[in-house]
Design a binder for this molecule. Structure first.
Ligand code: FAD
Length: 472
């Protein structure tokens, strides 16, 4: 069965990978000249990489880890010490750590919270733990039901101290969704916490050993092409052309550089585009259908990723850091955390600026200047006095519409991978799956789409219809 997939982000590539496993023939069509969508990366004129986003993998990413194993590239994940490190705004240049001991979950995470005395008092810790109990005891259904509240509303309802919000949840909410706790759905951080509390290594972090485009997406492409599939760059979907009965007749690709448009015919069609371009491209006839109308409730959120190269080493910390700055979210010194970006003498900070709503239309110069001001608080020893660290170069990558904006009530709008159209499926981290708008969510959505296709359309060529086990 030939399956045309629009979008070579992680969801589209994962969908194609698992369709190959099920004996089908996918053709992936990507609009841009680079693989990976939100994990895309480029090399600058000096050969240095810059990325759409600072990406980390968690132990609680079962489908992603399974994919690494299946591709034979597990050694590319660089696992870090099991700890979460937060900057302390009230004590510039210092850190507070949640060191997770190597004992079974959830005792390991609870111990790390109880042992941390910088950020929370004992009373706050106890209230926090009691407030979290329903999420732990009543499980995922409770977590889903909390989608009606913002995180801030939920914390208030649970009687959890505002200090816990300002110390922990602003950082967590910005890191997970690029928005603040008064905007984010309570379901999101509760889902992450639930995972972290259930799995011994759930909150352990890994960095990829190089750029996601080369080190993760390319092996997926190799797997797909070796299995008889195809991945095409510079192949933008222009129109989803319908038959009279409303099913998909063909994909029409926009011809580039004066070339004519091209028709792609397949047995099954998949959109692995993010939700915003899909909404624009929905055929008129489908706009009457409630399933597709719900997509109007979803839209991508703004985020900015910065890269700053310095003339010296700013830190030797080899880990993700939560800045707890109102401008920035998480950051890392990639010269320590990533093998291919390693430099023993100079730092390259990669920082996520979020929420980015008020910054997305500002100039790179303004964004860099504001970030440099924040660095005075994060690294006062290097940005005050004589002999200050010098910024050698910088790169700003703006994404006006990234993962779906995870505000309250969105769970009801997230579509299943199977649609009411018999030969059309969806993949993408915005579609319904138990993980957030994350790399794990993207891979799982691709796998779910491939499984839904394999379920209704057994492979004819090999006769070896193989369903893919979902990792939970
Ligand atoms: C700054 C930042 C930091 C992040 N950090 C993390 C992290 O640490 N951990 C984590 O798990 N996740 C993180 N994420 C989220 C993660 O990157 C995404 O959830 C995931 O990559 C989404 O994959 P996707 O395939 O669903 O969508 P996308 O990556 O958006 O892929 C959609 C693809 O469709 C293509 N497309 C669009 N229109 C067309 C068209 N007309 N024709 C053909 N192709 C088209 C796009 O070019 C794109 O390649 C981060 C994201 C950002 C932006």
């Amino acid at each position: 069965m030939r399956v045309a997939i629009a979008g070579a982000g992680l969801a589209g590539l994962a969908c194609a990978k698992y369709l190959i496993d099920a004996g089908h023939t996918p053709i992936v069509l990507e609009r841009r000249d680079v693989l990976g969508g939100l994990v895309a990366a480029w090399k600058d004129e000096d050969g240095d990489w810059y990325e759409t986003g600072l990406h980390v993998f968690f132990g609680a990413y079962p489908n992603m880890l399974q994919l690494f194993k299946e591709l034979g590239i597990e050694d590319r994940l660089q696992w870090k010490e099991h700890t979460l490190i937060f900057n302390q705004p009230e004590k510039p240049g210092t850190y507070s750590r949640f060191d997770v001991p190597d004992i079974p979950a959830p005792i390991n995470v609870i111990t790390s919270i109880l042992r941390n005395n910088d950020m929370l008092t004992w009373e706050q810790k106890i209230r926090f733990a009691v407030g979290l109990l329903p999420a732990i005891v009543r499980g995922q259904q409770y977590v889903e039901d909390m989608d009606k509240y913002s995180l801030l509303e939920w914390l208030e309802k649970q009687g959890i101290d505002d200090r816990v919000n300002s110390d922990i949840f602003i950082a967590a909410s910005k890191a997970l969704t690029f928005i603040n706790p008064d905007d984010v759905s309570a379901t999101i951080p509760l889902t992450a916490l639930n995972r972290f509390l259930r799995e011994r290594y759930g909150s352990k972090v890994a960095f990829l050993d190089g750029s996601p485009t080369e080190r993760l997406c390319q092996p997926m492409v190799d797997y797909i092409t070796e299995g008889g599939g195809e991945v095409r760059l510079n192949a933008p979907l222009k129109q989803i052309v319908l038959n009279e009965d409303g099913t998909v007749k063909e994909f029409l690709l926009r011809g580039l550089d004066g070339a004519p448009d091209e028709v792609i015919k397949a047995d099954i069609y998949v959109s692995a585009m993010s939700v915003d371009p899909l909404k624009v491209m929905l055929p008129e006839q489908w706009r009457e259908i409630e399933f597709f109308q719900k997509l109007d409730g979803l839209e991508g959120v703004e985020v900015i990723n910065l890269h700053l190269w310095f003339d010296r080493k700013l830190t030797d910390i080899d880990q993700l850091l939560f800045s707890r700055s109102s401008l920035l979210s998480v950051y890392a010194d990639m010269s320590n955390t990533c093998k291919e970006y390693a430099d023993p003498n100079k730092s390259m900070l990669e920082l996520v600026l979020a929420p980015a709503k008020d910054w997305i239309s500002k100039s790179d110069e303004e964004i860099i200047a504001a970030t440099m001001e924040e660095l005075q608080k994060l690294f006062p020893q290097h940005f005050t006095g004589d002999n200050q660290a010098k910024l050698l170069k910088s790169k700003v990558v703006k994404t006006p519409r990234s993962v779906y904006r995870a505000i309250p009530g969105r769970q009801a709008y997230r579509p299943t991978q199977k649609t009411p159209i018999s030969n059309f499926y969806l993949a993408g981290s915005y579609t319904m799956q138990e993980f957030l708008g994350s790399m794990e969510g993207a891979v799982l959505s691709g796998k779910l789409a491939a499984n839904a296709i394999a379920e209704t359309t057994p492979a004819t060529q090999t006769g070896t219809k193989k369903m893919v086990a979902m990792e939970t």
